[in-house]
Write a protein that binds this ligand. Structure first.
Ligand SMILES: [Zn+2]
Length: 348
């Protein structure tokens, strides 16, 4: 969410692959991009050569356009070899969107974490024509801007099924501590958390590659959000715990392959920078909350820039994650305003 200066980052490739093209980032590991209809306008996907077929990492939003690009990639850079496995790092639609299509239409095996599969399948089946009251209550509790609230409430709600292809029954589970073979390498599986629950990351034992998904990104920080599903969640604590646990694994020569933006090196530095940025944001937030404020009134100290309408939703769920964290560790009090918004204030 927050922009972080890139001065300390090293990007071995300065330009992403063009649509329908692939860049070989290491022997048998290909980097590709799919478009997203949002401010963050792309997702990175990867294909690993297993000899008689491919393992694909992440799949993009479900749409005819994205599947047409996949077909172009499979016929072109992937040389017509079958996609036999789809590995999904986490349950968000830009990553799991076409997994069901690879399973149903290409006979691929889906490999992901149990939480990612359960969450994605649950949300895909949970089609709502009207906004659930719980979601509207949650937006109010966060102090959503009334104009944006009214506009949202008047529109059809966002549905997972709009951007995720139907997911058939059945998947293969990966979990913390597994060693997973793909692309001619053995990969240690380590669980991330906080951006998405039980988010898989892969650390090659045979060379310097790390597949970080959205747990660790190069020039943006992973969005850490609270949703109506679990309004009292503290995903920032989860994210910090995961990053502190993963940090000792990181080496300066690692090439990190993330879910968005460019692959990067200097992974230990980047992880420390991301962790420190959150602690800095929490300190600024505590200063800001000397007077009672809603989560929506906390954008300035958190993001240090103005938030446009296109990123308002992500900013709001991230602001709630930060106030929830301070509340959960006992640094804030809160009280209900008449309109249902929580007002947070520093203790003492
Ligand atoms: Zn993503």
């Amino acid at each position: 969410m927050t922009s972080v200066p890139e001065v300390t980052m090293r990007h071995p490739w300065e330009m992403p692959p063009a649509p329908g093209e692939a860049i070989e980032v290491a022997e048998g590991v290909w980097w590709m991009r799919l478009p997203l209809p949002m401010k963050l306008d792309h997702v990175n996907v990867y294909a690993l050569d297993d000899g008689d077929g491919w393992t694909v990492i992440d799949t993009g939003f479900s749409s005819k356009k994205t599947r047409a690009i996949w077909e172009q990639l499979m016929a072109g850079p992937l040389k017509g070899k079958p996609v036999k496995r789809v590995v999904v790092t986490h349950h968000h639609p830009d990553h799991i969107g076409n997994a069901g299509w690879f399973q149903s239409e290409h006979g691929a095996e889906l490999v992901t974490t149990r939480t990612a599969w359960l969450f994605a399948r649950m949300l895909t089946l949970d089609v709502q024509e009207e906004w659930p009251q719980e979601t509207l209550d949650y937006y109010r509790s966060a102090g959503m801007d009334p104009e944006i609230y009214d506009k949202r409430a008047a529109d059809r709600p966002f549905n997972f099924a709009d951007v995720v292809y139907p997911m058939p029954l059945g998947f293969t589970r990966i979990k913390q501590g597994d060693v997973f073979r793909m692309g001619g390498r053995d990969w240690d599986v380590h669980m991330g958390n906080g951006h998405a629950p039980e988010h898989a990351t892969f650390w090659s034992r045979d060379d310097n590659l790390v597949i970080t998904g959205d747990q660790i990104l190069s020039s943006i920080s992973p969005n850490i959000g609270v949703y109506a599903t679990e309004p009292m969640a503290d995903p920032l604590a989860d994210w910090l715990e995961a990053c502190e646990r993963l940090a000792p694994l990181a080496r300066a020569d690692h090439i990190a392959l993330g879910g968005h933006k460019l692959p990067f090196s200097r992974l230990p530095l980047r992880m420390r920078q991301l962790i420190d940025n959150h602690h800095g944001a929490l300190d600024r937030l505590l200063d800001h909350l000397d007077q009672p404020k809603t989560a929506a009134e906390c954008f300035a100290p958190l993001f240090k820039r103005s938030i446009g309408e296109g990123e308002y939703g992500l900013a709001l769920v991230e602001a709630v994650a930060h106030v929830n964290h301070l509340y959960c560790i006992g640094k804030l009090d809160r009280s209900r305003r008449e309109d249902g918004a929580w007002l947070y204030q520093r203790k003492g």
